[in-house]
Design a protein around this ligand. Sequence first.
Ligand code: IMP
Length: 423
Amino acid sequence: MITIVVGLQWGDEGKGKVIDFLSQEHDIIVRFQGGANAGHTVYLDDQPLIFHLLPTGLHRQGKTGVIGPGVVLDIQQLVQEIREMEKYAGSLEGRLWIDPRTALVLPVHQAEDGWEEELKGGVGSTRRGIGPTYRDVYARLGLRVGDLFHPETLKHKLKVALDFNNQILGARYGKPPFLVETVYPQLLEWAEVIRPFVEDTHWFLRSALKANRAILFEGAQGTLLDIFFGTYPYVTSSHTLASGALISLGIGPKEVDRIYGVTKAYTTRVGKGPFPTELKGEQGTILRERGHEYGATTGRPRRCGWLDLVLLKYAVSLNGVTRLAVTKVDVLAGLPEVKVATSYRLDGQDRRVPPASSEDLERVQPLYQTFPGWNEFPRPSQKEDLPEPLQRYLTYIEEFVEVPIGFISYGRRTDEILAIFES
Ligand code: IMP
């Protein structure tokens, strides 16, 4: 059985917690795109455990993690995460598999990403080298995990990749080159740490499916950061949609059973780009402080605003979502009123679908539906325990996007989640 979990906004929807919750009923958790730009947070006894590259849920004994070919791998970060996780959960040998096709993020990619941000025109990236690494993959000069175990060809491939990237470093940023003599021994050293984990993950997943094991595909970032369908160019460089999992893992569309889309009860965004329902004044600050809206990877304050149902419906459509998980509903308690955008006004016309270009999305004026607020948020054991106005708010969301809510998340601990299967 395959379940895909994706974010429906600009990342930071609370996927880490939802995935950790669902990992309890799955055997294998698979990262299929992105890299250490992700920061999936799980709270263990109020201590945060942040998964950047390791699949979320690996702290649970008996769970297996897979890093598929669509991921871009910063080995230094991975090695650090493996060491930290092994302190907590014991050896990961035999329960972590990394595909040999996975591309390597090189130190030069991180440097370029950082320097690009310093120039005007950066997209507000996490500076983890994601964009430059995917660029090299598509230019067919990227290094892959499997290359690490062929030292002679590795040296040649590294030279080709560095020659290309050093020209950019020198000409565009006026920076000194990265040298083969420095990077090559580093790669060989890291290769030895990850050697026991390298395996063709396609065949691993195929036999797991045959053995009826439950597999969870863990999306990173969010739908509106997708390289094709997101708010380009203010996007990440990977396919963040549910279908991205299929491309990246070599799984057929008919093999997927459930597609869960995670959305906050409001909206946040880090980095640059259009955000029609952004609240720039005091209301935005209130949401940021109540929701602790600071990035798990970069610590940057997140931009905050109302839930945008025009964009949410678009995201549901792009992923073929079968159930919604709505997170952080507790954060809205105590506000005098709560709003959702239901359409946009653009060039004198009302529209219910977002324009395809970011320039036009910058110019839309959202039209809102307003809901009365609610004061209390009692810990619920069923949907009926939720405050009445919140129930109406959630029903409105379900009806608008035409997908039932399967989960409501209301705190940072993994058990602070209410599963509602019928609606
Ligand atoms: P990159 O993925 O580091 O290249 O960054 C591109 C854009 O995606 C920037 O606006 C980042 O802030 C955003 N981004 C990347 N990863 C995440 C994430 O995991 N959560 C939220 N935003 C992200």
